[in-house]
Design a protein around this ligand. Structure first.
Ligand SMILES: Nc1ncnc2c1ncn2[C@@H]1O[C@H](COP(=O)(O)OP(=O)(O)O)[C@@H](O)[C@H]1O
Ligand SMILES: [Mg+2]
Length: 250
């Protein structure tokens, strides 16, 4: 019963400042995850460690070797902070860097061998992936967001639970979180669905929903919830309805 959890960069970092981690938030997230470590793939966002250097170097539009290196090394540092904190909380985490093991085509994941991740899960390790830069077969290079990694992994591992933690109570409409959202009700709320309040080159809430509606079309529902509220991560991992459920239209 594999579950996929994403924790947004908005929780782990300050997205308005260059490479600013939130150590207390990383610790709180790690401790909550440590209570439910079984068969869990963790993906975290890049936050300020990725979006700010990516913007500075004009990624993903520009092919820039220095930008790729600096951005990758930066998000790998955030990954290291998360992995170390999980280890301290008693989990057996392992870093998985998308740049080294997947290929994009036109900005979408084309090849990504999940065998090592499956083996980690079988052996009681928790794979910890992150939003990253990546090589692209047609565009030379690109960005693979945590939000794109989640549905790819969930589909291919036939995940039984998918939860996306961010810094809002779900998908907000007129200031309130929707209980659920499907493709059918999307057009009526398009104007209230936006990008990120911080620096986010991968589409903010709108990008998230597009990825998750695609996953719902595939038959896997998910929730978008507030990972800053104590207890929510555990509830989301256990399959409780926290925040907004993204589901297939009837
Ligand atoms: N309708 C909406 N509901 C919720 N959040 C929205 C909405 N429209 C735009 N947003 C923005 O999307 C942000 C979440 O996306 P993002 O910043 O990319 O978070 P993460 O770092 O978790 O991926 C929210 O903090 C908010 O600023
Ligand atoms: Mg984001």
């Amino acid at each position: 019963m594999t579950k996929v959890l994403k924790i947004g960069g908005s929780i782990l970092t300050d997205k308005t400042f260059d490479m600013t981690a939130r150590p207390a938030a990383i610790q709180a997230v790690a401790e909550e995850i440590a209570a439910y470590p079984e068969d869990l793939v963790l993906v975290h966002g890049a936050g300020s460690f990725g979006h700010i250097p990516a913007k500075k170097y004009g990624l993903p539009q520009n092919f820039c070797p220095e930008g790729l290196r600096v951005t990758h090394n930066s998000v790998a540092k955030l990954n290291d902070l998360v992995v170390e904190e999980l280890a301290r909380a008693g989990v057996s985490p392992m870093p998985v860097h998308p740049f080294s093991c997947l290929l994009l085509r036109d900005g979408r994941i084309d090849k990504f061998s999940l065998e090592p991740i499956k083996e980690m899960l079988r052996d009681g390790l928790m794979p910890v992936l992150h939003g990253d830069v990546a090589m692209d077969a047609t565009l030379k290079s690109g960005i693979v967001s945590g939000d794109q990694l989640v549905p790819y992994i969930a589909k291919n591992l036939q995940a039984k639970g998918v939860a996306i933690g961010s810094n809002v109570d779900g998908v907000l409409f007129s200031g309130k979180p929707l209980a659920e959202i499907s493709r059918r009700c999307l057009s009526s709320m398009d104007s209230s669905l936006g990008g990120s309040a911080g620096v986010d080159v991968t589409g903010g809430m709108k990008g998230k929903i597009m990825e998750l509606l695609d996953l719902a079309d595939w038959g896997i529902d998910s929730v978008i919830f507030n990972a800053a509220k104590e207890g929510n991560i555990g509830r989301a991992i256990m399959g409780e309805h926290v925040g907004t459920r993204v589901r297939r239209s009837n």
